[in-house]
Ligand binder design. Structure first.
Ligand code: PHE
Length: 338
């Protein structure tokens, strides 16, 4: 039996020194030391060993078991270290390679235009004010001289939330809210989202507006022309030609639509200006006395002008974009160009 034990030890050591991979070491452990392993089998047959040899045999078996176990552990550890070294050797880092560029975010063209327009009017002394997008019928229409069921309301296709609550169709209600709280003189600019039931290549149900209001003693139509001319020349260039065209808004009297010479064809007539040579840019007018009465301003004492424009329209003209929906599709290839 003892000689069998010695042979078993020799075999195990030979196999161990020939083994290389982790599973080979584990197999050796199972083969010799497992529950059905060879050494375990020998121990089970201890009955066949003569009584005076039994203690020695038992001792040798245990010693072999321990030494095999620790040799296998050591081999496994060494094998793991070798693996790690191999990986480190293979995965060399080339520190001279250029790094991954950080992708910068981009300011949306509509936001760029909003900032540009706000900063022009800030330089004219206007304060930037904001108000709610979900608005009372009163502020969106009634206070602006558009009574319920008046046909003037047809100019703006409205989303109603309840009978008296709408998604604002313009940012003019912000001006009413401010006038209720502040006495003239007043110079305010209200940018923001507005909503109309409208959808085609030049209309989206949500778009952005900027409206302005100036109220003081003795403000006249010449002041309106002066400020709006200076503004449009800053945005479209100092050579911009303007045209004031009579128009109608329920909250201004008189009212004027402001056009500029077509930025695409220079006035010769093209697809963008519908062959007219002019581009409609904004609505404006002298604040109607009825609006002043609604906010307790005395129309005999104060006068003022107001104007409003769509930001997407300005961005489309400035950058030559033909479909308004591109602004809201969030296609990075489109947005990156600005
Ligand atoms: N509120 C008008 C609109 O959205 C624009 C406008 C504002 C016109 C002020 C005249 C004066 O259509």
């Amino acid at each position: 039996m003892i000689s069998e034990l010695q042979k078993l030890e020799k075999d195990a050591l030979a196999e161990l020194s020939a083994a290389e991979a982790e599973d080979q070491f584990l197999n050796i452990r199972t083969k010799y030391l497992g529950r059905k392993g060879l050494l375990t089998g020998l121990l089970r047959n201890i009955a066949q060993v003569s009584d005076n040899e039994k203690p020695l045999f038992g001792k040798l078996c245990n010693e072999l078991k321990n030494s095999l176990n620790s040799k296998i552990d050591a081999a496994l550890l060494e094998q793991a270290n070798r693996n790690k070294e191999n990986i480190l050797l293979k995965e060399k880092i080339d520190v001279t390679l250029p790094g991954n560029a950080v992708k910068y975010g981009h300011i949306h063209p509509v936001v760029q235009i909003r900032r540009e327009i706000c900063s022009v009017f800030a330089s004219f002394g206007f304060s930037i004010v904001e108000g709610p997008e979900i608005e009372l019928d009163y502020y969106n229409f009634e206070a602006l001289n558009m009574p319920k069921d008046h046909p003037a309301r047809d100019m703006q296709d409205t989303f109603y939330i309840e009978d008296n609550i709408v998604l604002r169709t313009h940012t003019s209600p912000v001006q009413v809210r401010i006038m209720e709280k502040v006495r003239p003189p007043l110079r305010i600019l209200s940018p923001g989202k507005v909503y109309r039931r409208d959808s085609d290549v030049s209309h989206t149900p949500m778009f952005h507006q900027i409206e302005g209001l100036l109220v003081d003693k003795g403000v006249n139509f010449g002041d309106l022309k002066g400020i709006l001319s200076a503004f449009l020349k800053k945005i479209f260039g100092s050579a911009t030609t303007l045209r004031f065209r009579p128009s109608f808004f329920p909250f201004t009297e008189p009212s004027a639509e402001v056009d500029i010479r077509c930025v695409m064809c220079g006035g010769k007539g093209c697809r963008v200006c519908g062959q007219s040579g002019w581009l409609e840019i904004l609505g404006s007018g002298m604040v109607d006395p009825a609006v002043f009465q609604n906010v307790n301003y005395d129309p005999e004492e104060y006068s003022g002008f107001a104007f409003g424009l769509g930001l997407e329209r300005i961005a489309m003209l400035k950058y030559g974009i033909s479909d308004i929906r591109l602004f809201f599709e969030n296609d990075i290839r489109f947005l990156k160009q600005f």
